[in-house]
Write a protein that binds this ligand. Sequence first.
Ligand code: HEM
Ligand SMILES: *[C@@H]1O[C@H](CO)[C@@H](O)[C@H](O)[C@H]1NC(C)=O
Ligand SMILES: *[C@@H]1O[C@H](CO)[C@@H](O)[C@H](O)[C@H]1NC(C)=O
Ligand SMILES: *[C@@H]1O[C@H](CO)[C@@H](O)[C@H](O)[C@H]1NC(C)=O
Ligand SMILES: *[C@@H]1O[C@H](CO)[C@@H](O)[C@H](O)[C@H]1NC(C)=O
Ligand SMILES: *[C@@H]1O[C@H](CO)[C@@H](O)[C@H](O)[C@H]1NC(C)=O
Ligand SMILES: *[C@@H]1O[C@H](CO)[C@@H](O)[C@H](O)[C@H]1NC(C)=O
Ligand SMILES: *[C@@H]1O[C@H](CO)[C@@H](O)[C@H](O)[C@H]1NC(C)=O
Length: 327
Amino acid sequence: MAQNAYAFSIISSLCLMFMFTFGNGQLDYKFYDNTCPNLTRIIRNGVWSAIANETRIAASLLRLHFHDCFVLGCEGSILLDDTSNLRGEKNALPNRNSVRGFEVIDQIKADVEKACPSTVSCTDILTLATRDAVFLSGGPFWPVPLGRRDGLTANETAANTDLPSPFEPLENITSKFVAKGLNLKDVVILSGGHTIGFAQCFTFKQRLFNFDGAGNPDPLLETSLLDSLRGICPNQDNSDTNLAPLDVATVRKFDNSYFKMLVNNSGVLQSDQVLMTDNTTAACVLNYSKSLPLFLKDFAASMVKMSKIGVITGQEGQIRRSCRAVN
Ligand code: HEM
Ligand SMILES: *[C@@H]1O[C@H](CO)[C@@H](O)[C@H](O)[C@H]1NC(C)=O
Ligand SMILES: *[C@@H]1O[C@H](CO)[C@@H](O)[C@H](O)[C@H]1NC(C)=O
Ligand SMILES: *[C@@H]1O[C@H](CO)[C@@H](O)[C@H](O)[C@H]1NC(C)=O
Ligand SMILES: *[C@@H]1O[C@H](CO)[C@@H](O)[C@H](O)[C@H]1NC(C)=O
Ligand SMILES: *[C@@H]1O[C@H](CO)[C@@H](O)[C@H](O)[C@H]1NC(C)=O
Ligand SMILES: *[C@@H]1O[C@H](CO)[C@@H](O)[C@H](O)[C@H]1NC(C)=O
Ligand SMILES: *[C@@H]1O[C@H](CO)[C@@H](O)[C@H](O)[C@H]1NC(C)=O
């Protein structure tokens, strides 16, 4: 009896070892520990220099990762350039002249390829770079489970339909999150990503001048912020690409000020401020506005959840040599 139990425990240990060695379709925190031991250091250095060159790039990387994961899963489809037989996602409406950070991923990928050729996927690089970008901006640190592989295709239509728009109502945004296995609480927490970065005027301008068709601004917009946003975005077409901070108090710092701003009717996007119009989401916003540690902890957990959407593992997909093209 004792012998049987012993034999059984040896067999199950061997099975576990097999699963960890050859992959069982699950992500693994130690995935590259043996095959690319310097990976985290290479990525950290790359993100650090990119931020030293331009602070905003931290925000851009965070958004790039979000837009990767929401379209066909976290598999690097957004990184693919258009070809004669592939319409990629870079020109989809939510991405074109808007999503940024591709050159940073190219640079880090080149450094990683030098140290460990054909080993680390582009989507894992983007996921780790995003974690570092948030941390280096003052946000939380979280361990990233790894082993995602790069996809073989992209889908412009899916980018247009699956990514949320700042002009749609909360119910629509929520159903897009639910379709990816996230929930209403994740909508609130992850919208907290807007604690860093900028928005172009055209993404919120209709709130400033003619929200109701009768020439009035959005009544949910605090009046002193209204004045300053009208200064950045005058009522003429050539202001459409001017930039306003999404968190008007501390745009460079990853903190909970975004939520304090929402409580004060100072959210910039309509899709931000509507989080205060629903009782459930408003209660979450109020909680995060009062507790920085609670927000940082919940944000890290939701980021890990988002980074697992639709991942490709095991033998499927590939490890791209260049993030811009399938091998
Ligand atoms: C909830 C639905 C969301 C909507 C409707 C939305 C919409 C937008 C829009 C319109 C912009 C400005 C883009 C531009 O001006 O070109 C933006 C920027 C940004 N978004 Fe979101 N977003 C959402 C969720 C998220 C999530 C989940 C994250 C990450 C966790 C995120 C991170 C960012 C960041 C960091 C920026 C600034 C990027 C930069 O400065 O380059 N957003 N978002
Ligand atoms: C890791 O980086 C260190 C310091 O740059 C270097 O000495 C070492 O050779 C690298 N190890 C591998 C396996 O690339
Ligand atoms: C530095 O940032 C600017 C934008 O501010 C960008 O155009 C340039 O390519 C960046 N340079 C490097 C080396 O990353
Ligand atoms: C692209 O995505 C759209 C919308 O999700 C879907 O209808 C279509 O079948 C996809 N195209 C391909 C080639 O997978
Ligand atoms: C919200 O979703 C509904 C149902 O899918 C759709 O009919 C409507 O056009 C959407 N609204 C916006 C503003 O996108
Ligand atoms: C909210 O607005 C009020 C009045 O404009 C201001 O006194 C207060 O400091 C603001 N709170 C935050 C957190 O910005
Ligand atoms: C939401 O809050 C408002 C105002 O506090 C209240 O009148 C309403 O009954 C609440 N709705 C629900 C569904 O709890
Ligand atoms: C707010 O935080 C308290 C604990 O601080 C928690 O019990 C409550 O469920 C939270 N409410 C929401 C809506 O997150």
